[in-house]
Write a protein that binds this ligand. Structure first.
Ligand code: HEC
Ligand code: HEC
Length: 106
């Protein structure tokens, strides 16, 4: 970090061209730091999706999956309970479709 500052201050006398050159590594660094914080923000603190319980409500789905039924067809029936009626998803539930992408079947 220190060497970078020194090199910059030495080149300050080279004028506009030199200034533009020194800006690039700074932009790269800012971008990297921003990306890192963005990643932390997106992934950190979010709870893991629960496994689908192996109870009577869900056994038909799990059996359909092991029989090789297409995932997109199976999960179409989830909202019949996890919809406005039944046991609705919480307000901050992400993306209420393609359930089985996130919720693993036991
Ligand atoms: C027949 C109604 C019904 C259907 C259809 C149904 N569920 Fe459920 N589901 C429930 C009930 C009731 C609970 C709460 C039971 C419990 O907490 O043990 C539950 C709980 C869950 C949970 C666990 C929530 C927790 O807090 O642990 C997940 C995950 C889930 N369901 C996903 C699904 C998915 C994915 C499908 C479609 C493949 C589906 N459900 C279809 C009734 C249903
Ligand atoms: C993008 C990933 C993702 C998809 C797709 C998804 N879920 Fe979830 N689900 C989660 C996460 C993460 C949680 C935990 C949320 C929490 O604990 O606050 C969760 C929680 C739940 C719960 C527990 C109650 C609640 O709302 O927190 C149920 C029931 C559930 N999901 C059912 C479903 C059903 C049914 C579908 C399809 C219609 C579905 N999920 C699609 C990620 C997903």
């Amino acid at each position: 970090m220190l060497w970078r500052k020194k090199a910059g201050s030495n080149r300050r006398s080279t004028g506009a061209n030199g200034k533009r050159k020194r800006l690039l590594p700074k932009i790269c660094l800012a971008f990297l730091i921003g990306a890192l914080f963005g990643l932390l923000f997106l992934t950190g603190g979010r709870p893991e999706p629960q496994e689908i319980p192996a109870d009577d409500q869900h056994r038909p789905f799990l059996e359909a999956l092991t029989k090789g039924e297409v995932r997109l067809q199976v999960e179409k029936r989830c909202p019949s309970c996890h919809g406005p009626q039944g046991t609705p998803l919480s307000a901050d539930h992400p993306l209420p479709e393609q359930c089985l992408l996130c919720h693993p079947a036991k």
